[in-house]
Design a binder for this molecule. Structure first.
Ligand code: GN1
Ligand code: MG
Length: 365
């Protein structure tokens, strides 16, 4: 805690620090909740940025500053409309920047943390899913007048299936951790769906779906809820980049409408939950139907299948590569995650007609 306090002291904070504790379930950065007293002094989220992945911390910070400023301005100018929706923001350092580097070369930043807020690794009921859908649609709407191509592309090709498949095949070919033999079934699963999974990329290349500002990590635990379980903010802004909204919709369904955890070992427990899917789609489309085009709308159900496949593919690639990217809790964790994702893809395949019908109904309702 002492070294953390030393880092925190470089930022312009309010109140006295009471505790600094590991926080959240992110797979990339290290996060700590910093509580302060007396109320209403701000609480904070201290983060050590994984600079092996986010190699350009300056541009990363610049993107976040620009987006959060934009959100803040929109929320202030139309408070009545957005009610309790708010944005997180970076805390300034005493020397005027928005991150600091320690003696070992690690980069640190400090966000405000909304008091009494919480997030869910899985959405437990349709009311939460509805709120989740509203939150990500609101984020998209609020950033719809922000010029997407002025954002720095922090992680190029992030959801580009051709790029991800080419990495995957290269890792399978090199087999650096000798894990290919035990992942045969999963490798076949990937290869048997390759054609269909290029759909969104092709639509983009044909100019049928626009590049917009997208969040690119719309896991349901990136929505903050207040004690009344109303969604109040979207967090984790590292991957805000130009992208297709289908990526954001699909990724949210992957975690927000599954009956199992992202790394559930018992695959019988992993299925698409159509009630959660219905609720999310209603919350989302209530706002987003006003700005999405028909092709985007027609591919919403598919996007859930696609993003679940894509993230499963990334977990599988990292497993075969020897676990260099995602933090793991135990050996084989990435393979277990990949299996859970692929089971969820299968469940979506089985319920695909129902998923499309749900989208169509949500459009009318
Ligand atoms: C990573 O660290 P976290 O949990 O916010 C990853 C996402 C994946 C997600 C899977 C920069 O996000 O793309 O969807 O894990 N972030 C990065 O849970 O790769
Ligand atoms: Mg993230």
């Amino acid at each position: 805690m002492n070294s953390h306090i030393n880092i925190i002291s470089r930022f312009k904070t309010e109140g006295d620090i009471i505790s600094v504790k590991p926080f959240g379930s992110g797979h990339i950065n290290d996060s700590y909740l910093v509580t302060t007293a007396p109320e209403p002094a701000t609480n904070y989220l201290l983060q050590r940025i994984n600079h092996k992945i986010f190699t350009n911390v300056g541009e990363l910070t610049n993107n976040i500053r620009r987006i959060t400023k934009h959100l803040q301005q929109k929320l202030i100018s139309d408070q009545a409309r957005y009610g309790h929706f708010q944005t997180i923001h970076l805390t300034q350092t005493r020397s005027g920047g928005y991150y600091t580097q320690d003696e070992e070369g690690n980069y640190w930043r400090l966000y405000n943390h909304v008091r009494q807020s919480r997030s869910y690794d899985m959405l437990e009921n349709p009311e939460l899913a509805y709120e989740g859908g509203k939150a990500f649609a609101t984020f998209q709407y609020l950033t719809s007048d922000f010029k997407a191509d002025t954002l720095f592309e922090i992680l190029p090709n992030f959801h580009n299936i051709a790029f991800r498949l080419s990495n995957f095949r290269e890792v399978v070919r090199c087999n650096p951790a000798h894990r290919v033999r035990d992942a045969k079934e999963e490798i076949d699963f990937v290869e048997s769906r390759v054609e269909e999974m290029h759909t969104i990329l092709r639509l983009g290349e044909l100019g049928k779906i626009p590049l917009r500002v997208t969040h690119n990590d719309t896991k349901c635990n990136n929505v903050l809820f207040n004690p009344e379980n109303k969604a109040i903010a979207v967090v984790d802004l590292d991957t805000v980049m130009p992208g297709y909204v289908l990526y954001d919709f699909g990724d949210a369904i992957r975690t927000g409408a599954s009956t199992g955890a992202e790394d559930e070992a018992d695959l019988l427990r992993v299925n698409i939950d159509l009630d959660l899917f219905t609720a999310y789609a209603k919350g989302y489309l209530g706002i987003a139907r006003n700005f999405l085009n028909t092709i985007e709308i027609n591919h919403l159900a598919f996007s859930a299948k696609f993003m679940t496949y894509l993230i499963g593919l990334r977990f599988l690639t990292d497993h075969i590569d020897g676990d260099h990217y995602f933090k793991i809790g135990f050996p084989g964790h990435n393979l277990q995650r990949a299996r859970a994702q692929f089971k969820l893809v299968q469940s979506m395949e089985e319920h695909f007609t129902a998923m499309r019908d749900i989208i169509n109904k949500a459009l009318d309702g």
